[in-house]
Write a protein that binds this ligand. Sequence first.
Ligand code: ADP
Length: 594
Amino acid sequence: MERIKDALLKYWGYDSFRPLQEEAMKLLVEGVDSVVVLPTGGGKSLCYQVPAVVSDGVAIVVSPLLSLMKDQVDALIECGVAAARLDSTLSSYDQAEVFRRLRASELKLLYLSPERLLMGNFLEELSRLKISFVAIDEAHCVSMWGHDFRPEYRLLGRLKQTLGGVTIAAYTATATKQVRLDIAAQLELNNPQMLVGSFDRPNLHYKVSPRNNVFSQVLGVVKQHENESGIIYCIRRKDVENLCANLIQRGYKAAPYHAGLSDRVRQESQDKFIKEEVDIVVATVAFGMGIDKSNVRYVIHTGMPKSLEHYQQESGRAGRDGLEAKCYLFYSGGDFGLWKSMLNDLPQEPKEIALKKLSDMYYYCTDASCRHKRILQYFDQKLESDNCNACDICLGDFENVEDALIVSQKILSCIVRLNQRFGAGYVALVLTGSKEKRILENAHDELSTYGLLSDFSQAVVRDWIDQLESQGYIEKYGEFNVLRLTLAAKPVLLGEKTPRLLKRALKKAKLSKAHKDSWQDVDKSLFDKLRQLRAEKAMERAVPAYVVFNDVALRDMARRKPTSIKEFLKVNGVGQKKAAQYGEEFIKVISDFN
Ligand code: ADP
């Protein structure tokens, strides 16, 4: 393990492990098979990259996406590690060179797709070389129970025997127990150790709001994140194009991405985002699998995803470098209805499962309890502390409505007066005293509950209705999501029980703990200067900016302000090769700044 620690410092410039990394590395060095489940950004790649550097022979890394492989290999080479990839995009000359280096034992890591690995007699050829171990990335693709089954992954079951019982480690960010066991069985692992990390991402700051004017809500967010990288997800392709065009018109550097665009346009958008030529990608969920850009500082969902698994995966693309990042979600009851109507064609059982996932997602939005806790509960895990310090609820973006009982009674009575035959939007219109034609035509302006909450906006009242629903006082039924009271509403109407209602606090929202910690003592103007130099270097070397230095390293430089190579090497994320390669120029910017 000493050699592992030395390598971590020498090549990556890191002096400590993330949770479970040390354990995962130890298993590889000792030749024990493993299945490792760590959240996105948990540092899975290092779990096999560091042992590969200190082991004899070459480690084989199986990964499903060509673009990810390229980024990983580029990043390893930048750190001074002998790594290469074999894929169809390489010229035959480059492929021959990789084979030469492989046979000459010059490589520590070789990245391949499963198809490439199983092509022709490649496996037999590998079996004649010294293989340190095999690492399988995105290992849930092996299992039919996972959410992204890939048939070609199934064939990886041949590896164990063909490569003479080689040690295999499987990595994934999402795997239920059933999937973990299936991964182990399919890959024929030998008494594998299962390492399962916490799914919590303490550096992600979740903020959830009802959607009213989505463009101004999005603008409000992007203004707070000037020059930072962000992803904006929309449910529909048309929304992607409109929103992206509007942002560009306002002078923001944005690019669109959805499955309806040509391969070329999508590739261009992705490349521009990775190289930081644009700050924002506006996309459908088609975007994201193939990138591991570590400094995405925010993700906005302009509509509610259909499950918390999807939400966790998409929002999880923010803050992989461990620094604070924000996840904004703007939802509406209409999103629930939209997804629900799409489920209609499914057979009964999958439909029920999907509907349950959809309801859980909706309650996450409306229930107004700690967001971190809710997500963890969903994945059967517990949050250790009472206050996550990183969500709108725990940071006091909301306050309790003082007369919650009376407000709740007004809402419940209005639903009764409407004979339990209308949806939430309509109920909110009646309560706020709307003069909309259909209200007047139905003579609902004559109801005793009409205008009872006219001091509040429709959005606020609508939100309270959602809150009452998520606490079980109201339920939606039928095709049109009509509201009706549940048995639990009776004690509220009798004044015996008070629901909890929240409203947005007027005071300025607090910053998360992760935000304060990671900017502590950092000189922001120096950080911006270093960022410029990083962009220039990235452009020169044709690699993504975060491959030169990630944001953690850059902030640490702007904190420590090193003026010698010796001090520069102390910066978190600066290894020997990078210090030699970039040290002088970065130190010069720092000295000129001082
Ligand atoms: P995952 O594959 O689990 O999503 P990565 O391996 O891409 O995560 O790691 C995410 C980021 O965290 C990368 O920028 C990586 O360099 C950084 N990282 C990983 N391990 C450590 C560590 N021990 N100390 C500091 N940074 C780390």
